[in-house]
Design a protein. Structure first.
Lengths: 383, 291
């Protein structure tokens, strides 16, 4: 789960990582008030979760109160990567002398946290990794030891960071690591970490992603109501990703679902989504939820259901499919063909149940290849 | 022969009284697996599927020594369940459950480095040795004894591949899933090494996914250390970058872990890469004919 910059900064402040003075505004009038309260000289930062906010025009430096209000108006009406701007963080602008990059990510290959530092801050780390990979200093952290200050000091010397800033940066890095560790962080990043003209070190930006599997023990992390179809699917235990094609896909297990996408592409068709019921989808309601979410997408012209049952049983899944189809036929809400192919445990029993279904939209195929061809043919290929 | 588990492997099921635990352990027993005991704190003295339940693993082991455990405990309890197994020095742990906090796995990973215990998972279908034993979710009917060793990152996709291999008139020694989570125990390399040394395994099938770099590392290992033919398939050829496809581990970021990078590395190592599960079976057949 991603946090907004202002949320991340609240946690930073609580944990002693200095951030610029700022006020969160939800209306133009609140921006005006914040502008005055901070005494002019501010920066307006759109609060969105998507990356590329600076380049997308989401960060502005107004020269007057009137201009601040005009910009705020503009930002509140803007979408950055399809995400509406609902809040603006009004922050005191700083006189910046030097910028660094400081971040911690979970290194899945080594199974431990990895600290990254670069004296060339302000650029996105992916970009930095291509532009000047040698500038990125890395320290693998052993969780039981924490982040040893001396290790970072070696790297700061190596990176030619002036000595008077070493202690300040190490202090912030250790607090940052502890925040990441205590709060089940997946990624925590300060970019840029700045030194101001008067020698203060502050986190000017903040990125903080939390491991979804650890959220249950993080009561301080704000919960957000599910808005997108992806979020609503996650609430009922489904993994859904919207794609730009027209063939809806429902499958069980991430690998199998991806393989169905690959297969469809091979047939020249274009998947409208990825929907993984989970390897252990055992209840009829799961498949009904899945069908509802996929068919919500107006671009879907045909639906493929491809199940390989390991733990769960095909007959249970088939019952769910039939119930969902009957319900939709009754409500006259089903307008696209549904192609089903069942494999694994109780596949025959499942197919029998499907055969008894009276929905004219249902097609059943024994072979995967035939199911792929059929759904591609019925749904049509992209223009 | 086979790897890691066979008909003599005695298994203890942690969290056996839960819905998933009782259901899956029952199916394991049906397959012929020796499930000797179960553990659920507070439920000692009970019986599930004819198997005695104990409050602690220590007590279970005292009366019913075992070579392996499978864990069905809720995600927040997985870390402790693994440490408990380590303490009893049982050498094989299967963690089938998903949504284990990554932080917990970092602590487990660190402890594993100091031990010779094999951890399969989390978020793994488990391990099956055809016609001998299944420690996990596998649809047993799909598997037949044969010369193919399977190692996979996904669960259901590996059932599909195994099914196609069986339908092609072949069969498997062992099949196991290393798990789809960001941090997992055994790696492709650990398993490749075991198959290379297993006399009955003639061809190895590697089922990968986009994301992480485990397939690239496996390719490097295959090039220098594996003499047996390897057939691979990677799911997610058409997945867009930056989106998590179901498994937390299946995401392409900053060019790393892409389909092309994996296939290039594998092909360079002499691995035959298939595009569909049926093609895997066909390539395996061809490889067997040329041995």
């Amino acid at each position: 789960m991603k946090l907004f910059e202002f949320e991340a900064k609240e946690f930073f402040q609580k944990r002693g990582i200095p951030v610029p003075e700022g006020i969160v505004a939800e209306t133009v009038d609140e921006v005006r008030k914040a502008y005055k309260e901070l005494g002019g000289k501010v920066v307006l930062k759109s609060q969105v979760l998507a990356g590329g906010r600076g380049r997308g025009g989401g960060i502005k430096f107004p020269k007057s109160e009137t201009e601040a209000c005009e910009i705020a108006e503009e930002l509140f009406n803007m979408k950055i990567n399809d995400e509406p701007v609902e809040r603006i963080l009004v922050e005191r602008a700083l006189d910046i002398k030097q910028e660094f990059y400081l971040g911690i990510v979970t290194d899945t290959n080594k199974g431990c946290p990895l600290l990254m530092f670069s004296a060339e801050g302000g650029v996105e780390i992916e970009e930095l990794a291509t532009l000047s990979p040698e500038s990125i200093k890395k320290i693998s952290i052993i969780p039981t030891y924490g982040l040893p200050g001396y290790q970072l000091r070696y790297e700061l010397k190596e990176a030619r960071v002036p000595r008077e800033f070493h202690n300040g940066i190490i202090n912030i890095a250790q607090r940052l690591y502890q925040t990441y560790w205590d709060m089940d962080g997946e990624l925590i990043e300060i970019n840029p970490l700045v030194v101001t003209a008067d020698g203060h070190i502050l986190a000017v930006d903040a990125k903080f992603n939390i491991d979804n599997s650890g959220l249950y023990r993080q009561p301080d992390v704000p919960r957000r109501p599910a808005k997108t179809a992806e979020e609503r699917a996650a609430e009922v235990g489904l993994s859904y990703v919207l794609l730009d094609g027209n063939i809806g896909i429902i499958s069980n297990g991430a690998g199998l679902t991806m393989s169905a996408m690959d297969y469809l592409r091979q047939e020249g068709a274009s998947p409208a989504n990825f929907l993984d019921l989970g390897g252990q989808a055992t209840e009829a309601i799961t498949i009904k939820n899945g069908m509802n979410i996929v068919l919500e997408n107006p671009n879907v012209t045909a639906l493929l259901i491809y199940i390989f049952a390991g733990g769960p049983r095909c007959d249970v899944i088939a019952k769910g499919i039939v119930e969902a189809l009957d319900g939709m036929e009754k409500g006259k809400s089903l307008h696209v063909p549904v192609v089903v192919t069942l494999h694994g445990r109780y596949a025959e029993a499942g197919m029998k149940i499907l055969s008894s279904c009276k929905s004219p939209h249902l097609y059943q195929e024994l072979e995967i290849e035939d199911a792929m061809r059929k759904v591609a043919e019925l749904g049509g290929k992209p223009g | 022969m086979s790897i890691l588990a066979n008909k003599d492997t005695r298994v203890i099921a942690q969290g056996i009284t839960g819905r998933l635990g009782s259901f899956t352990s029952g199916r394991m027993i049906d397959y012929g697996t020796k499930v000797v005991a179960g553990v659920t704190p507070g439920k000692g003295g009970a019986e599930v599927n004819g198997v005695p339940v104990f409050d602690t693993l220590r007590e279970a082991v005292k009366y019913h020594p075992a070579e392996a455990t499978i864990t069905f405990v809720p995600p927040p309890a997985v870390k402790e369940a693994i440490f408990e197994v380590m303490e009893e020095e049982i050498k094989l742990i299967v963690v089938a459950v998903e949504h284990v906090p990554v932080k917990d796995m970092m602590m487990v990973y660190q402890a594993l480095k100091q031990s010779d215990i094999v951890l399969i998972g989390p978020n793994s279908p488990g391990i099956i040795t055809a016609d001998e034993c299944s420690i996990g979710y596998f649809p047993g009917d799909v598997y037949r004894k044969g010369p193919v060793g399977i190692v996979s990152r996904s669960g259901t996709f590996s059932y599909q591949v195994a099914d196609d291999i069986t339908k092609a008139g072949l069969g498997q020694t062992t099949s196991l899933g290393i798990g789809g989570d960001p941090i997992t125990g055994v790696s492709f390399i650990d398993i490749l090494k075991l198959y290379e040394d297993d006399a009955e395994t003639k061809v190895i099938v590697l089922i990968g996914e986009i994301g992480r770099t485990s397939e690239e590392e496996a390719a490097e290992y295959i090039q220098s250390q594996v003499s047996k033919p390897v057939v691979a398939i990677i799911a997610g050829r058409t997945a867009p970058p930056g989106k998590t496809m179901g498994h937390a581990g299946a995401i392409i970021t900053g060019g790393r872990g892409s389909y092309d990078s994996k296939v290039n590395a594998l092909e360079k190592a002499g691995v035959l890469v298939a595009k569909t599960s049926k093609e895997v079976a066909a390539l395996v057949k061809k490889a067997l004919e040329t041995i």
